[in-house]
Design a protein around this ligand. Structure first.
Ligand code: HEC
Ligand code: HEC
Ligand code: HEC
Ligand code: HEC
Ligand code: HEC
Ligand code: HEC
Length: 429
């Protein structure tokens, strides 16, 4: 490739070259925000799917909170019958009485009530005297809507989920591509500029005549070789490389013993996503220690039996619970979170006294199919939170005096660090 190099526009072709590169770089940079905005709006469009009438929406939230652990909206049995078609089996007045106090309806000798009560092995349904007639109407509006719209709802439900997933992954992937592209472009621009500089300096020293005869590629090669031979550039490169290796090694060493992301396979495929997420079973129902003591406790098989005595008995995974009880052997769950013995951590102090939510330390457990350690559990992690977090002093008279003292001395809110949260002996035996 021979680039002409006429007298009157000596270096114009090189400037044109670099202008093109700069133009590409600027275009790419201008593209980032618009691409991100595009991603965002598709995600929003997906999420804005209609959610049904007002009554049904309230009914849905009540249903999910109060009824879903025992009833499905289809005809599938859970603890009680599937509620699809409940409004055609009985009128709303009957259903309202039933939900408020099913035992009273059964006691009144209502034949339908007596029959299902017997059909379901005389399991007592919880009474919901606190629900208003409108609440109950809303629940059954929701059930009727859900039963007819089930397939459509499933699709509509899936779309925003996919949208959300792509919007959380999308920008970061896109971002990486853009960054790589930018770096490449920048390097090219840099190369061209270096060529220009070396040409200019040669031209100044009167070598322009012979330069005209050399072709572009040879000159580029020569100047790159010049850069590679330059001793200061060489030693800088070696230093940068050595520092990178050192950093990687140190990161590796600091990482020893840190189990962030650890998610071992468990003996029974117990899903928090299903139990805590979809069925909204309270964490305390199974982890009975969180408000009372140091350990949160892993539930014993008996707690599972409160429900699985009737639910999904035939599933092979549930059969494992039965086997464990028959053999009088506890289920051997694999421990996920594990502080070394030298550190003391207390759940009740954080959850009950401090009012810290489980998610702050364990992540969104309600979305985890398999439980995973989300936080690093290092000393730095504990300390960092104690420095940043304000003590929950509301309605806790234990702190009244301390707060008074503290407010006298400082304008900032009382942090955990101020009540001794950084003292070695608080966390080390
Ligand atoms: C603890 C489990 C449980 C909860 C919670 C529960 N139910 Fe029930 N429900 C049952 C059982 C069991 C039956 C079957 C009758 C019986 O054994 O009393 C039943 C029966 C019913 C029936 C009659 C079914 C039919 O097909 O005619 C309706 C309607 C009903 N429940 C509505 C509700 C609503 C609405 C809620 C939430 C506000 C709710 N239930 C919460 C266990 C429960
Ligand atoms: C139906 C019972 C049940 C409910 C409800 C429940 N869990 Fe669990 N959880 C378990 C069982 C069983 C294990 C042990 C098996 C496993 O790791 O999956 C466990 C394990 C865990 C672990 C890991 C323990 C370890 O080994 O380090 C954490 C953290 C946890 N649960 C948090 C929560 C949170 C937060 C909630 C509420 C959002 C919750 N759980 C609700 C039964 C339950
Ligand atoms: C408050 C009620 C409740 C408790 C307590 C409970 N579960 Fe469940 N569990 C359910 C419901 C509801 C389902 C969903 C059943 C379905 O899909 O029809 C379920 C499903 C499961 C499944 C999936 C079964 C399959 O084959 O689809 C497993 C495994 C399971 N539970 C294990 C456990 C274990 C282990 C415990 C004790 C740590 C436990 N559950 C405690 C209500 C409960
Ligand atoms: C301030 C952070 C923090 C909060 C808030 C927190 N945990 Fe933990 N959790 C931990 C740490 C740290 C461990 C490891 C404890 C150990 O190894 O001694 C742990 C361990 C567990 C375990 C394993 C069993 C055990 O006790 O060692 C379960 C189960 C658990 N947490 C459930 C919960 C639940 C449920 C909540 C909310 C009610 C909760 N945690 C809130 C930090 C926290
Ligand atoms: C998400 C924030 C958070 C994290 C992470 C956290 N803590 Fe705390 N911690 C608190 C809060 C808030 C309190 C204050 C509770 C209260 O009001 O007494 C507290 C209090 C304490 C106390 C009592 C301090 C005192 O002076 O009474 C100890 C001990 C403690 N934490 C240990 C730990 C350890 C060990 C870890 C790490 C494994 C840890 N914490 C991680 C928020 C956190
Ligand atoms: C808020 C709680 C907390 C406080 C305060 C605290 N530590 Fe720790 N420390 C921990 C935890 C948790 C670990 C375990 C971390 C791990 O395994 O990575 C730990 C680990 C250590 C270790 C062992 C390091 C290792 O890698 O095994 C030493 C040594 C230590 N702490 C010293 C101290 C000293 C000295 C102080 C006081 C200046 C102090 N700690 C204050 C929570 C605390």
């Amino acid at each position: 490739m021979n680039i002409p190099f006429p007298e009157d526009s000596k270096f114009s072709s090189f400037f044109n070259c670099s202008k093109t590169f700069l133009a590409i770089a600027i275009t790419v940079m201008l593209c980032i925000p618009s691409l991100l905005v595009a991603q965002d709006s598709t995600a929003k469009a997906g999420a804005a799917a209609p959610a049904g009438g007002g009554d049904a929406a309230k009914g849905e939230s009540i249903f999910k909170k109060e009824c879903a652990q025992c009833h499905s909206v289809t005809s599938e049995k859970v603890v009680g019958p599937g509620l699809k078609g409940a409004t055609s089996r009985n009128n709303l007045a009957w259903l309202t009485k039933w939900v408020k106090n099913s035992q009273a309806v059964i006691a009144s000798g209502d034949p339908y009530a007596v029959k299902i009560y017997n059909d379901y092995g005389k399991t007592q349904m919880t009474s919901f005297a606190n629900l208003s007639d409108d609440d109950i109407k809303g629940i059954f509006t929701y059930i009727d809507n859900a039963a007819t719209a089930a397939p459509a709802a499933a699709v509509a439900g899936a779309a925003p989920a996919a949208g959300a997933a792509s919007s959380s992954n999308g920008p970061s992937d896109l971002f990486m591509i853009v960054v790589v592209a930018l770096v490449v472009v920048m390097l090219l621009v840099l190369g061209v500029l270096l060529v220009i500089v070396s040409l200019l300096s040669k031209a100044v020293s009167g070598g322009a005549e012979e330069l005209v005869k050399e072709d572009f590629m040879t000159r580029l090669g020569k100047s790159l070789k010049g850069i590679a031979m330059d001793s200061s550039i060489r030693s800088a490169t070696i230093w940068i490389f050595a520092l990178l290796v050192l950093k990687a090694t140190l990161d590796g060493l600091y990482g020893v013993g840190i189990q962030q992301g650890y998610a071992p396979k468990q003996p029974i495929s117990f899903s928090h996503k299903l139990h805590a997420g979809e069925y909204k079973i309270d964490c305390n129902y199974c982890h009975t220690g969180v408000n009372r003591g140091k350990s949160a406790h892993i539930p014993s098989a008996n707690i599972c039996m409160n429900c699985h005595g009737v639910i999904k008995k035939e599933s092979p995974e549930i059969q494992k619970i039965y086997t464990s009880i028959e053999n009088n052997q506890p289920i051997e769950w694999v421990r996920v979170h594990n502080l070394p013995d030298l550190a003391y951590f207390n759940h009740a102090q954080h959850v009950n006294v401090g009012g810290v939510e489980c998610e702050n330390c364990h992540g969104d457990v309600g979305k985890m199919e398999v439980i995973q350690q989300r936080s690093s559990l290092t000393m730095g992690w504990c300390i960092d939170c104690h420095r940043k977090t304000e003590v929950n002093t509301k309605d806790n008279h234990y702190y009244d005096k301390l707060v008074q003292l503290h407010n006298g001395e400082s304008k900032e809110a009382l942090k955990v660090a101020d009540i001794g949260g950084l003292e070695c002996s608080k966390c080390h035996y």
